[in-house]
Design a protein around this ligand. Sequence first.
Ligand code: SAH
Length: 262
Amino acid sequence: MILNLKKKLGQHLLNNNSILEKIASNAIGSSVVIEIGPGTGNLTEYLLKNISLKTLILIEKDPDMVLELKKRFSDNRIIILNEDATTIKIQNILATYNIAEKAFVIGNFPYNVGNSIIVNLLEQINYIVKIVALLQKEVVQRFCALPKTKDYGKLTVLSGLFCNAKKIMDVVPTNFTPPPKVMSSVLELTPKNNIITLEQYKNIVKFCNIGFNNRRKKLIPLLKQFYTTQEIEKITNIIKNDNARIEELSVDVISEIFLILK
Ligand code: SAH
């Protein structure tokens, strides 16, 4: 197959069959699977081996790849959508195809927009059973980071409020065509059962932006510009330390703050 791979769309095709099989094996047992960035369909091929699979929805931004996928697959379990994964609405997609179940989301993500795709998915976590994503290793480390480390930040907190994060494995550049300049890892995000409203989510994003954009500053004085005296008092009661910086607060402490801020 002669295909011009597009760098700006993060097109690095995974070419190692045992790694493809291993990644796909995470979705075994799931009946509704959404694959992000299927490209030419290397991972798709393995996802189709799952005997429980009823519907596999492919989300691919590049119309040329969509043509390739249509040529390669005639399986009637597949739905191919030429859409942008940073803005897809899973609820709408599932409703369009009368699917009442949650979806398992998987893929070798385009690394340049990997963060935005995950943030979009986190907002819709109520429709997702699990996310398994191949991403730049550095990004995966941010999801799995502990407080007081340089990797601990907004991404860690936002995902940590909704999901437990785990690195499944590392993947070296030689397993891709063309090889990316960075190391890769497979991330697993398993949703927690806490219900967070959209309103709360917006508040959390605001709080994280204030804190992590000034991560070396003391948090309480910083927050005084943005929250009422009453709110500051409640936050101080939870943090219990006027000198704390946001990077010292665990995800559990931050979620406690949001329970009281409504
Ligand atoms: N899964 C394939 C290809 C991965 S490369 C494999 O492992 O071989 C990443 C793929 O994501 C490319 O096909 C690229 O066109 C697609 N892509 C890039 N940006 C996207 C976006 N915003 N939404 C959906 N797909 C995107």
